[in-house]
Design a protein around this ligand. Structure first.
Ligand code: PDD
Length: 285
């Protein structure tokens, strides 16, 4: 079955779908995106993703290209046309098409909208989670506005590749003060030996993850103590457990950091429980 993409008002076969070469997303990475999990054919936590999308657009002074309800229809329709039951939906909005000039176009242009959906292998994802993943730490080299979910991801791309080149799955950025910020495409967490769950506050240095926000509600319900504070790689090496969160993988156990086994070197009990129970607090639409 060929894949279908929504591109600027039309559903197109992906082989024929395209955008203008003067789209500012292509030339300046002048745009934002969201990734939502699809489960049982439903979109997980779409209201939170769309709220963050609105915020990212606002920060970059890009107009919302259509009412939120219309965007929801497009997202559902793209998932339906691609017959995805488990996977991800990708939504990208760029400032639009204009003759190349760094400053914003002087005449208003229509933001460009692309939505795609893709099935993921659930079994493979579960197997990866059962084994756990390796992480490396690298110096933070991104701009300070990582709170905006911008398509400008070159440092993240290079970080992820460095992880792969080192036989790891994710890279954690470490800021100038020696604290872990987040992963190249995920938020970073550790569990202390006495069962406290630690992650950096969303006030600075990280993207406010939707998975992160939902997980804080689950932690409260399970009466597991959450500490929102920075931690160092040295503290992480000594942690009982570690994991990352992102919409594409939910809660993914980390069993190795910079080649050192974490805890027993296998996915931890708290992490595993959080993964199993995660969707209790999700919204499905
Ligand atoms: N990435 N931090 C970064 C830098 C991310 O790119 C992501 C998500 C997250 C987690 O956010 P959320 O829980 O809302 O997915 C944190 C997506 C999945 C991606 O780029 O593919």
């Amino acid at each position: 079955m060929s894949r279908i993409a929504y591109v600027n008002g039309q559903y197109r076969d992906m082989r024929d779908a395209g955008v203008n070469i003067e789209d500012r997303g292509y030339q300046f990475s002048d745009g934002v995106y969201e990734v939502c999990e699809i489960r049982g054919g439903k979109i997980v936590d779409m209201p939170r993703h769309l709220a963050r999308l609105q915020r990212s657009l606002h920060e970059l002074r890009i107009a919302m290209p259509m009412p939120q309800a219309a965007l929801e229809v497009v997202i559902h329709e793209t998932v339906r046309r691609n017959r995805v039951t488990y996977g991800i939906v990708y939504l990208q909005i760029t400032r639009g098409v204009a003759r190349r000039d760094h400053a914003f176009p002087t005449k208003p242009v229509k933001p460009a909208v692309v939505v795609t959906a893709r099935g993921l292998n659930y079994q493979k994802n579960q197997e990866t989670a059962a084994r756990g993943i390796g992480v490396i730490t690298i110096p933070e080299n991104r701009w300070p506005r990582v709170d905006i979910k911008s398509v400008s991801l070159l440092p993240n791309v290079l970080a992820k590749q460095q992880a792969r080149d080192n036989g790891a799955y994710e890279a954690w950025f470490v800021d100038g003060e020696g604290h872990v910020t987040e992963g190249s495409s995920s938020n970073a967490w550790i569990v202390t030996k006495d069962g406290r769950v630690v992650t950096r506050s969303a006030e600075s240095g990280i993207l406010a993850g939707v998975t992160r926000a939902v997980l804080t509600e689950l932690l409260a319900a399970l009466q597991i103590r959450l500490e929102e504070r920075p931690f160092t790689p040295a503290e992480a090496y000594e942690a009982a457990e570690a994991f990352v969160t992102a919409s594409s993988q939910i809660v993914m156990p980390v069993v190795r950091i910079d080649g050192r086994p974490i805890g027993t070197g296998t996915p931890g009990a708290i992490t595993t429980r959080l993964r199993e129970e995660f969707h209790r607090f999700s919204n499905f639409s």
